[in-house]
Design a protein around this ligand. Sequence first.
Ligand SMILES: [Zn+2]
Ligand SMILES: [Zn+2]
Length: 451
Amino acid sequence: MRPEGRIFDVHPLVARADTPVEITVTPLFDHVAVTDGVEYEVTYYPTEEFSLQSGWPEANKPAVVRDGRSLRFRQYLEGEQEHVFLLEAVQGDQRRRLGEFRVYSVGPDLAGRFPYKGDLHMHSSRSDGREAPAYVAASCRSIGLDFMALTDHRQYEPSLEAIAAFDGVRCDLRMYPGEEVHPPGNPVHMVNFGGRRSVNALFADEEAYRAEVAALEERLRQAQPPGMAQPPGRDQSSGEQALPPGVDPYQYASTVWTLAKIREFGGLGIFCHPYWFTGHRYAPAGALTSHIFATQPYDAYELIGGYHLHEIDSNTLQVARYHEERARGRSVPIVGVSDAHGCERGELFGWYYTIVFSGRLEFDDLTTSIRKLWSVAVEALPGQIARAYGPFRLVKYALFLMREVFPAHDELCVEEGRLMRLHAGGDPDAAARLEALGGRTDALYAKLFQI
Ligand SMILES: [Zn+2]
Ligand SMILES: [Zn+2]
């Protein structure tokens, strides 16, 4: 967090573009206090555009009004961009810089959307992770996430266990069901995020599963080669295109079937870590990965996946692939996930996450927003400045949010996460204390976002 964020109360930090906004700055400590006999001056710098109504340089010093301990000034915020306000105290010919404040203005389609942070792929001790489901959920809040799902290998129950651990307790973290789906004989990993039922459970009746996939495979075999007219009723999203050479028909059909089931159960079907290097090669095979990108049977692509430091090449490849697919004209919904196998291992957990720009922090809004390309994937490796990946305008906005807004949000989450952990560990007083803390992050956003 920049020190201004702790020393001053400033709001709003995000406002609608192409409107005048009144910004209030209140120093919280006496080393920057607003006092008599001092003039306060604000210099305004739009970081990108100043061609239209804001003008330059005439309008670069908005009038500052003193109101008790606070200073207020109005500025027309042109376009979607970051704005810098430099606040100085002027006394005679002495000038003292008090702080530099940043405000962001968003276009009409982004106004009304709030940034929610989530992790959509992680494991607990019920599969090969380290801690109990409730512990993982609590830890997610303590690192500032707004939503999460446990997605244990082949198991849906642990995600329900995490939710049940906080039954009747006020938690501002949204916890959703989930599982990592591993169809028999198919190397493609998929996440069922939020589905109402388990897809893994369907593999218990392997004969029925195999019969359905075989029927789909047969339809694929009869499909026309790409480029020729498809029979009516067959479109790209059903995946029914003739298979290019090198694509294993069963593996592809199984992938299409699984993602369709996830969707049928109301979940978001995530195509996971296509450049995972395992067994001396990438899994799945390149031809299959390419065909999945070409036909897009998934709802979201794991753009940033849970790779250890020695595996970072895989994320670089996933990002490069994303840009390549977009250059081909494809729309690619994206998520970033930690795929953490432990919150206390000092790796993966918290390194990668998704920011969804959504009207509300509710499952339908979040997943619809992801499908409609309102998300970015974040890589926040320890000791490094966080990087966001996705559509340019959202990345630009995310950089501002990560620097100016999330630190205050995340600070509030620390105590909530701690209390969630205490509650899950049996502390009888934690639930009441969580109740008292409820709604703080919502209230913060209501104050900071004038959208
Ligand atoms: Zn996996
Ligand atoms: Zn996983």
